[in-house]
Structures are given as C-alpha cells and as structure tokens.
Design a binder for this molecule. Structure first.
Ligand code: F6P
Length: 367
C-alpha cells in the first residue's frame, strides 16, 4: 500500500504574514507533480467546519509567490474542538466540538492529509486530527519569530526590513527638528523584530519585553544622545514593559486563543521622555504595516523551503511534524512542541551584546 496521500488539503490559520502564498504555491506545485490532488480550505479551520473547500491547481497558484496575505484567507478564532456556535440567554459564548464533523467532511472529500500553515495556536488546533489518524504536517509562520522549535519563521525578515526603513525615515525628521522619535514595532512578548530592526536602523535605544526598562535610564540616554548629535530615535517593542510595571494592552479579543493585543507603549515612552527631559518627542506605531505586502526575497526562499520540506515529510509517510529550521538546516519537530510556549530573546544573545557594542541603550541602566 502506498504511503503517499491521495488528496491533501491546505489551510492558513492565525494572523497573516508575508510568505503564506509562497508556501501554498510550493505545496500545490509539488503535490501535483507527485500525482496528489490539492484542496484549499478557506479561512483556516473555520472553513473546514463550514465546508468551504476549493480545488487548487496551477492556475490558482501561479503568480502568487510575491503576493502578501493569503489567497485562502485566515481566521484566528476557530478551534474546531471548541467552536463558537452562538451565545446563551445571558450573552455567554456557547462552544461545540466540531472535530467529528470536520473528519467526516475530509473523509467524504477523499482527503487523507492536511498541511496547516500557522502559529502555535494552529498547531494545537490540528492535534485532534493527528489523533484521529489523519496525516498532518505543520508549517510555522509569524512575523514575531517566536515559535518554539524553529530558529526562524518566514515573514520575520520582511517585518524587520519594513521597520528598518521606517527607522531610517524618522531619523531625518528627528535630526531636522532636534526631536526624540519612538518607533513602536509588533512582536507580542518577543523582542526579535525590535532587536533586529533596531540594530539595522541604528536606533539609539531598543526596548524589548525580555528586559524591563527604567524610564529614568531611558531619559538619561535620550539626554546624552541629544547632547551628542542633536536628536535620538528609539525602537520600542509593543510588549516592552517598565520595571515592576505592566505591558500596555490595546484591546482584548475575547474569542481568540491568544486574546491580548498589545500596543501604545511607544507613545507612552515618548510622552514620559518629553516630561522628564523637556525635549520635544513624537511617536510612530508601525502596527500592521509590518505584516502587509510582498515578502522579501529571503522570506520567499525560506517560505518555499518550508513548504517543500512539508511535502517531503508527507511523501516520506511522516505525520504530526512541524517543519523547522535549526542550525541553518531544514528539519522537523513534534507538532506539539510549540504549544503554549514563546521563543523569547535570551538576554545573553550575541545581538544584544552587539547592540550594546554600538552604544545602543536597552533602558536598563541609569548611568
Ligand atoms: O503575531 C503576529 C502579530 O502581528 C503580533 O505581532 C501582534 O501583536 C498581533 O499579531 C496583532 O494581532 P491582530 O492582527 O489580531 O491585531
């Protein structure tokens, strides 16, 4: 009996990220070349519950390598084992297990393998399908670069590129007006985007969630830099938090598996620095600009490499694996590995030392 799947379905879950279409493209092309039919599921697991499936062929995937977003759509509030079906009389959400319904649908469609492209939430949602005997392979994605088990995720380097360009641009205004400029970048509880773009964009200070900042130390560094060069630029991760304080929460998405949305700390830091130093300050929040648009060449390559390896795993009869990059090489890990974990910046990371080497402050020392 062949170990090859006969028909595979592909879905994208969680927030969009540059490179998703590159994965969909390579998975489709390689599966078709191996004689396997491909089906796209719309809007992540939500589309599977609701039966929104459509065939993917050459026509659907040609020309999408450089497109941002996902041609399949996505959803980050649709765990089929805890599917929101409505609200009770008191407005409380009512959930049902829709996994059996999804399994019946997959069987009826002749689908014997799934490629799920997403973050830790998507990998977790796929578990009941693994346990039911379906062949499932995960492809990790996030601009945050915080998925446990892989040293890089596609989308991250595109976000870093966009943030770097923004830092370069605000520098000219900071210099021309002798101002303090803060640039807030996404990343949830991880400071990878801030660290990389802060170094690439020559930020004078980088505030990351892994290292609590002291606003007095931040203000001290600002005074020094403004005295030396007339202006200063800070790169602030949305998850940055003051010593002994809290992160700034922008909103709560009650039905999301990861309900907290961060945002606003860049503005807060700019305001406090202006009060402490008397130097005029402005803030810019990059937000979803970091997730939108075309992936960089490096991300197109990485996403294509990840998708290729996903098909290699399925053709080798593997299941329950998440594609990963470790020590610069392609590999795979148990799909359950990332669940409930975040890959944060270690404080002894070489890039933290590198940043300090070029006199970048982290807001952690009052001089
Ligand atoms: O995980 C990716 C990410 O862009 C985070 O950096 C950010 O905190 C979050 O998603 C924003 O989510 P949403 O698109 O739901 O506002």
């Amino acid at each position: 009996m062949s170990i090859h799947p006969k028909r595979i379905a592909v879905l994208t879950g969680g927030g969009d990220c540059p490179g998703l279409n590159a994965v969909i493209r390579v998975v489709t092309l390689e599966a078709l070349a191996a004689g396997i039919k491909v089906v796209g599921i719309e809007d992540g697991f939500e589309g599977l519950v609701e039966g929104r499936l459509r065939p993917l062929g050459l026509r659907e995937v040609v020309g999408i390598l450089d497109e941002g977003g996902t041609i399949l759509g996505s959803s980050n509030r649709s765990d089929p084992s805890r599917y929101l079906v409505g609200h009770d009389g008191e407005g409380r959400p009512v959930y049902e297990d829709r996994v059996p319904q999804c399994l019946e649908r997959l069987e009826a469609e002749g689908i014997d393998a799934l490629v799920v492209i997403g973050g830790d939430g998507t990998m977790t949602c796929a578990q009941p399908f693994v346990e039911a005997g379906l062949k499932v392979v995960g492809v990790p994605k996030t601009i945050d670069n915080d998925i446990e088990g892989t040293e890089i995720t596609f989308g991250f380097l595109t976000a870093v590129q966009i943030a770097t360009e923004a830092l370069d641009r605000v520098r000219t205004t900071a210099d021309s007006h002798g101002r303090v400029l803060t640039v807030e970048v996404m990343g949830r509880n991880a400071g990878w985007i801030a660290l990389y773009s802060g170094i690439a964009g020559a930020a004078d200070q980088i505030l990351i969630p892994e290292l609590e900042y002291d606003i007095e130390a931040v203000a001290d560094h600002v005074r020094r830099r403004v005295a030396e060069r007339g202006s200063t630029v800070l790169c602030v991760a949305e998850g940055a938090r003051p010593k002994g304080g809290q992160q700034v929460v922008k909103r709560i998405e009650a039905t999301s598996p990861d309900p907290i949305r961060l945002g606003g700390v860049g503005n807060l830091v700019a305001h406090q620095v202006e009060e402490l130093t008397g130097i005029e300050s402005r803030s810019v929040v990059l937000g979803h600009l970091l997730r939108g648009g075309s992936p960089t060449a490096a991300d197109r390559v990485l996403a294509t490499n990840f998708g290729h390896h996903a098909i290699e795993l399925l053709l080798a009869g593997e299941s329950a694996r998440m594609v990963a990059r470790q020590n610069g090489d392609m590999t795979s890990v148990d799909m359950r590995l990332p669940a409930g974990k975040q890959r944060l910046v270690p404080l002894d990371h070489s890039l933290v030392r590198t940043a300090r080497g070029v006199w970048t402050g982290f807001g952690d020392r009052v001089s």
